[in-house]
Design a protein around this ligand. Structure first.
Ligand code: ZN
Length: 313
């Protein structure tokens, strides 16, 4: 089978103005595309077209007020929160980013791809039910998880290895026993959530697992956590599909994160997840870009991440 890949020029619309100096900018995706275009496997990736997305799927994750706030930002510029600026067409970029996961899900359901990656922006994992924050407008991975739940996938596991805790994703699924949220992140660090004591609520108790890591943790510390805690947890939960919040800001060269993961390290943790996915859910994995702010480190890490996905498809 094949690996799906989504990139859209529309992802570049968000904060596309060079007057806005921000780490989360269109150059991130352009650096990745530049790198990917030179790979031997790039032409073999399946590249579905984005379609219009209706609010039908978004309201299963976000409050009406949240969606309204984004809609009325169209054609304007300003700040959703102190570190989340928007420009005239951020609305379009955010809706396309959310849509990309749904399009990949449809391809996976139809058997056209085995796994997939969306090279999207703006990222999503800090966006809560009714909160725009931390560069995130719509929670892309959460929207896809709910969509998959509505399309025959009962148990879904989200692994989030962005250097920041995905507080938005955790909040959205905190009471849901069928969507397991597993995060490994730097702590103490923005957004200051993600303690091991945060384990879910009500029926969702036990379906949230937080693994805080000290600053300066590198490949070996991460490999140990994957081997001893993360992979066994995935096997215990036994999901029908695995979704990855793939942030690459725990890279040693990242200007925002304080971790020491190498590009090879990201290759290895992708391999560990894929090997586990092959035995648990027939290799069904969809991956979503989150953070990653050093252009070279990001492009190399994304390239190696997709190469591993492709090798398992
Ligand atoms: Zn991050």
């Amino acid at each position: 089978m094949a690996t799906g890949f989504i990139f859209s020029e529309k992802f570049l619309y968000h904060n596309s103005d060079s007057r806005i100096s921000h780490f989360e900018n269109p150059d991130r995706l352009l650096a990745c595309m530049n790198k990917l275009n030179k790979t031997s496997y790039f032409s073999s990736l399946v590249t579905p077209e984005l379609k219009e997305i209706s609010n039908e799927f978004l309201i299963q994750v976000h409050a009406n007020d949240h969606l309204r706030k984004i809609e009325i930002s169209s054609g304007k510029r300003g700040y959703f929160d102190s570190d989340t600026p928007f420009t005239e067409k951020s609305y379009t970029a955010a809706y396309c980013a959310a849509n990309s996961g749904i399009v990949l899900a449809d391809y996976l359901i139809d058997g056209k791809i085995k796994n997939g990656f969306s090279l999207l922006r703006p990222p999503g994992h800090h966006a809560g039910h009714n909160k725009i924050m931390g560069f995130c407008i719509l929670n892309n991975i959460a929207i896809s998880a709910r969509y998959l739940q509505n399309h025959g996938f009962r148990k879904i596991l989200i692994i989030d290895w962005d250097v920041h805790h995905g507080n938005g994703t955790q909040e959205i699924f905190y009471k849901d026993p069928d969507i397991f949220y597993l995060s490994i992140h730097q702590f103490p660090f923005y957004p200051m959530t993600g303690l091991p004591t945060e384990k879910g609520e009500g029926k969702g108790i036990g379906a949230t697992l937080n693994i805080p890591m000290q600053a300066n943790s590198g490949d070996n510390s991460y490999f140990t956590q994957f081997k001893e805690l993360i992979i066994p947890s995935i096997e215990r939960f036994n999901p029908d599909i695995i979704l990855i919040s793939a942030g690459f800001d725990a890279h040693k060269h990242d200007p925002l994160g304080g971790m020491e993961i190498t590009t090879k390290g990201f290759e290895k943790i992708t391999q560990m997840i894929m090997e586990s996915a092959m035995s648990i859910c027939d290799g069904k994995v969809l991956s979503f870009l989150e953070g990653g702010y050093d252009l070279t480190a990001l492009a190399e890490s994304v390239e190696t991440h997709i190469a591993v996905l492709e090798s398992f498809s």
